[in-house]
Structures are given as C-alpha cells and as structure tokens.
Design a protein around this ligand. Sequence first.
Ligand SMILES: Cc1cc2nc3c(=O)[nH]c(=O)nc-3n(C[C@H](O)[C@H](O)[C@H](O)COP(=O)(O)OP(=O)(O)OC[C@H]3O[C@@H](n4cnc5c(N)ncnc54)[C@H](O)[C@@H]3O)c2cc1C
Length: 399
Amino acid sequence: MSDREINVVIVGISIAGMTVAKAVAALSKQGYPNLRVTAIDKNEYYYHAIGAPRAVVDKEFSKKLLIPLKTLLRSSELDPEDPKHQFIQASVVSVTKNSVVLSDGQTIAFDYLVLSTGARNKVPAHYQGPTVADAQRHMSLINDNVQRAKDILIVGGGPVGVEIAGEIAFAFKDKNVTLVHSAERLLPLNFKPGLSNGAVDKLERLGVKVVLNERIGIPSDTKFDCSIRPLTLSGSSGAKYSSDLQILTTGITYESDYLRDLETALNVSLRHSNGSIKVKPTLQLDCDSMSNVFVPGDVNSLPAGAKYAVKAKEQAVSVASNLALMIKQGFDIDQKNAPDLSEYTGGEMNMILVPIGKELGVFQALGIAFGKSFVGNFMSSKMKAKDYFVSKFAAEFES
Ligand SMILES: Cc1cc2nc3c(=O)[nH]c(=O)nc-3n(C[C@H](O)[C@H](O)[C@H](O)COP(=O)(O)OP(=O)(O)OC[C@H]3O[C@@H](n4cnc5c(N)ncnc54)[C@H](O)[C@@H]3O)c2cc1C
C-alpha cells in the first residue's frame, strides 16, 4: 500500500495506449489509491483502422469503427465520486523532462510517460477529424466517391492495398479496379510466395487487374485524398494508368513531432530520420536520463514486421508490467532504485490473415501458406471478414 501521488500520462489511446492505460489504472485498486492515469488522444474516439477496407465500401459498417473514449477508465475507478483517472481529448504538441504540453497550452505533469502515438496511414486507411461526427463525415464522403468512381487505381500491394482492392471488387462488380505493386509479389516479403500467388489468383477471380514489378510515379504536388478526378499516372515500365479515383496505400508517417523541443533541450536525437522513436530492448525511450518514458506500438523504432495490432498489444503488455515493477519499487521518487525490467522479445509478425472480399482470403501460420487453397477463404470468412474484429476491440475499449 502506498499513498503517494503517482501520475502516469499516456499519449495516444489506440491499441497500445488503451492496453497500458487499463493495466496501470487497475493497479490503483491493488494498493495504489493515489495512482492517477491521464489518457490523452487528439481524437475523442478510438479508430479501428483494421476495419478500414470494409469501411471504404460500407457506410453503416464505417460508423462502427469509431469508438468514443470518454468512459475508457471508468471501470478502474476506486471511487466514481472522486475519479482519479481521466481522458483528455487534445493533441500533445511538446514534451519536457516532466510534463507534456497540449495544443491549448495546458501542461500535464508526469512521473511516468507512455508515448503510443502510432503511425498515420493515408486516406482512406486514415480519417480526419477530432470528433466522431467529423470523422463520420469524412468517411461518408469517401464512401460516396468510391461508389461514384468507375476506374479505381490502388497503388501498393501490402495487406491494406490487397484488402481494399478485394472489398471494392467484391462490393461493386461494375468497377474497374487495378492494383499496382512495386515488388515482385504482393504482401510482406517475409511471408511465403504461395501467399502472394493465392492473393493474385483470388483478386483476379473478383475481376481486379493486378500488376507487379511496377512502380507508379507519384507527383509530389498532387493531393491523394480519394476525391473523384481523372488522372493518368506513369509506371516504371512506361505504361500509363488512367483512373478517376486513386488510392495510395504506400508509406506511413510516424506521429512523433512533439519530441522536437525535447531533442533540442537535451541536444540528442530521440528519433530516426523517418520519425520513429528510438527505444531500448525494454521499450524505454533510448535516453538514459528519461528511463521513466516508454514507447510501445507502431511509433517506435522496431522493424516493419512489428507494426501490427497484435504486436502493439504485446509490447503494451510488456510496458505495463515494467511500469508496475517501477511503481512498486518507488523508482519515480529517487530515480535510483531501478528494478530489472523485462526486455520485449516478441519479434516480427509470422502469422497473417488477409480477406479478399467477404468470401475469399489468404492465410499463413506456422510457416504454412494457404494461398490458392480454400483454407484461406474459410479462415478469412469465419475469423476476420465478418467484421474485421471490430466487435472484439469495441468490447475491450468499452469494458
Ligand atoms: C487498414 C489497416 C488494416 C490493418 N489490419 C491489421 C490487421 O489485420 N492485423 C493487425 O495486427 N494489424 C493491422 N493493422 C495495423 C494496426 O492497426 C496497427 O499496428 C495498430 O493500430 C498500432 O496501434 P498503436 O496503438 O501503436 O497506434 P495507432 O493505432 O496508430 O494509434 C495512435 C493513436 O495516437 C493518437 N495520436 C497521434 N498523435 C497524437 C498526438 N500528438 N497527441 C495525442 N494523440 C495522438 C492517434 O489519434 C491514435 O489514436 C492495420 C492497419 C491499417 C491501417
């Protein structure tokens, strides 16, 4: 039992942030009544990105992807009349040695800080707006555009591009959908070639034209926001691709600009040139004078094969258990009694399930790829294609 005030601030409340927030808040009921968790997100909702491919074609479904956060930590309160934990909807714009600064200028002090701000995809895997109503308006606009378009070009054949191509081709049989990918096969290259062969076969069955080994030139002065406009783009082979709606699924932007002031103050580089935040094997920020800062999830510098919800969650569980050790040992008071923390050893994702519309899909687990076989279709339609796990995640956020 400890009566001292301990402030844990968590920035970015998605899969990683929610997992840490709930685990740490639960400690307040285990002998730490003055433990306060402040969860901060720039949006008032959790956005279930995993379901974005279906949301592109289904307006009703898209509404389910936005789960309000205001009651996130309610069940962890010791006394609901005297709440210790709070959710604040605001962007963090700066971090100092002991506080975070919000976009409205407010400062929130921390004993421990968790940065789980993730990485932003491009529209339509990312929606804009801090309120549920804003994001729904944006989703609705994209739905309308996809519905109106005749010739759709999708650039990038990773899981997101393959799933979006499959959903559009399955939902709208009258559209011409072309998927262009720069590598020799679809999907991440650490998976078996048979997975890609199966994905090509199943996309083609739905009428998608798949082009491999072709790099599309993306003009830097053109905005790609899923609006309807006729555009012809050139491929590295010299081929021309004309479409009236273009979807880019290439590249991510790490959400870490708020570290700039701290980097200047400490005169160190806390991020790689791509914006990912450098971490130690314990997932602490790679900065010895700030061992009370942890960075789970997509925003950290672990390899691309770790940028999955499943991995973000595993990392968050590891961070929560290290935080609990530090809190129990009173590390925040004197910065000396550092406990032995566990290293995160989860490695890269070695399992994948990719729906291609509602009935087809490819799957790999235990080194066995189910590409052209019916097993991929069965696993996908039974496990993922129904609702892209949205009900499972909604239950976790709302419990
Ligand atoms: C279309 C799509 C399909 C996917 N499918 C799968 C799948 O099938 N299986 C799988 O395992 N993974 C999948 N993923 C990957 C998975 O969604 C991510 O790995 C996961 O969301 C990462 O979680 P995170 O908590 O690290 O960060 P994110 O989910 O990126 O969330 C970061 C949070 O931080 C907030 N934030 C950012 N900056 C600030 C700031 N300055 N101030 C305050 N808040 C901020 C954001 O609003 C957001 O809520 C998919 C991703 C996409 C885009």
